[in-house]
Design a protein around this ligand. Sequence first.
Ligand code: PEP
Ligand code: MG
Length: 760
Amino acid sequence: MLTSLRRIIQEVNSVKHLTEALSLIVKRVAHSMETDVCSIYMMDPATQRFVLSATMGLNEELCGKVSLGLDEGLVGLVGMREEPINLERADTHPRFQFLAGLGEEPFNAFLGVPIIHQRRILGVLVVQQTATRRFDESEEAFLVTLSAQLAGVIAHAEASGALRIYEAGETPQMRTNAKFSGIGAMRGTAIGTAVVASPQAVLEAVPSKPAQDIKAELEIFAIAIDAVRLDIWQIREKLTGQLRPEERALFDVYLGMLNDNALGNEVQAKIRQGEWAQGALASVMLDHVRTFEMMDDAYLRERAVDVKDLGRRVLSQMQNADQSEREYPEKTILVGEELTASMLGEVPKDKLVGIISVRGSGNSHLAIMARAMGIPTVMGAMDLPYAQLDGHQLIIDGYSGTVYANPGEEILAHFLHVLEDEQHQLSALFALRDLPCETPDGKRIELVVNTGLNSDVSRSIDHGAEGVGLYRTEMPFMIRERFPSEEEQRRIYREHLAAFAPNQVTMRTLDIGGDKALPYFPIEEENPFLGWRGIRVTLDHPEIFLVQLRAMMRANEGFGNLRIMLPMISNVPELDEALELFNRCYEELLEEGFDIEKPKIGVMIEVPAAVYQARQLAHRVDFISVGSNDLTQYLLAVDRNNARVADLYHQFHPAVLQALLKIASDTRAEGKSLSICGEIAGDPGAAILLMAMGYSTLSMSANNLPRVKSVLRQVSIKEAEKLLHQVLELEDSMDVQRCIDQLIRQLGLSRMFQSSAEIA
Ligand code: PEP
Ligand code: MG
């Protein structure tokens, strides 16, 4: 059962057209379940009817022509109830509806299961048999399992289809406005051309796009093949003597596969049909990999790995050659399955207008970076057929998390208008730059920024930052090939301190692990967010920790505006140990003759345990800063990086609000200063609540700062306290959200100001 399940999924996965996928499914299911009929009825969202879309065993000519509503027939009943219906004799059921010409008369047994993707009903999968019998339990379980797995594949094929209608050569007026949803991770609108970024040597991630010049693509392929052939030949020669003849033969098989009359020939044919070389290679190689994977013989099945390896080698050659020649459109929207910081770095800054990542969520570190850069971003666009998007015109609506591909004139005109409007509003906000963040009744709030790269500095100052509340030091570690030396770090930190002096700069010690990996210090774990991260790593490696502390303190020489902050503290001994190293480091520097001030030191509260020990922690340090991004993920048990559970990641969850309130009152009781540096602080609505709770310093990405300032300058502390009082009574984060949005509306502010908690 499991094998046939896997095979069906694999096979269906390899076809790109929805109709092809559906007819393959009905054939394979009928065959493996040995039923007389298998049909799929797809839900047409416009009419809300299930349309017969593919069948094996019934009248195929009626595909696309007959349909059933939610209150019609057994198919409608399966769809409405969203559960399987298994009947011995379909025609005796009161809901049975006879469809003329379909040819259902001889069939008695009926089993229908819904196809559901992300809570949305896509269609109904039905098997029928002449025998009068109930399908048994294992058959029902098989069909349910298959349907659950096929749902994702069908949704994907459906999304690709929406895109292709335009590709087929329709006129621009008939562009389909293919629309995809994800999570709006950075507010704003972008209109531009998609550039698909793919990781090195991953065949599955290669985008499909038309060849600009077929001859040139054939040449690119030929050069790559020659290079790989030479490589393999050299490895084979080097290993001669160490290999047994049968192992050496494997190299010959590899070399043979590359010949013109084998795989090479197929790739060339695909290029001649108009596909670019990388796309042609990926599609041919993956077809062969799948064929091998489906073989019954275990030895041959394993050869799939070899074929894939060969494909990756050739691809890698082509990608290396391509890298240096890549030209980016004037308005580039970078699209990828899982974009990384270095992929963003490759696009010239003045050309990058938007970012779309299939994976990740509103508070993934990529999203945080995008916010720091001020680039409209959609994360977790899970059904986006990203591999086919290269070169297409896209619109990003970063408020709702929607992506439009090949937009029609009307949609385009609408978003051009929105874009213009946004630019006006932003310039109005900039007028506030030099005004203090003070409420109408005189409450002063300090607005500082989160930074990571030195390039953030000028943007922060332009936006009116009063200092840095969180400098993520892992950023300069991430863009190198080894740990930076003490002197290298000192120089980077000093530049940052100098740029903001005399305002304070809060530097966080290295917080790697979780979703932040250093290429030269890999941490492989089953559950990295609960594993070796933040202070846990640096306490285990005092040599790394001490060098960083020394570099920070030395960088502060002559300035005196440094504060140091410790991430991921989850117990008191951890803090005591870190403080001991901190004190030791300071003493040693004094002994070495450095004339430095002892910086203030603080703790981040971002682990639930620390909330309950806030007083004990605050007692030991100078300040507390709340990392609400992690605190929310750990309190709610919702991975901040996983788009599938993004709708459960609520920064306004009553439990999160209670935690924030407790931290504020405990820190106050210890007489220590308090700030918050998670993304929630950059949300105008949340900022009102935080102010009322007693957070007097809010740290956020520079782009959110003018918006927050504008809102806080319009809300009195009295109104803010009233709002806090109201929301603390509520039991559901959505109600909290609504309550805040209502106040924002009353203030007459547009959606640019509305709460973004739902985006995370
Ligand atoms: C946080 O967790 O809220 C935080 C500010 O740190 P980071 O987002 O870097 O994990
Ligand atoms: Mg954190």
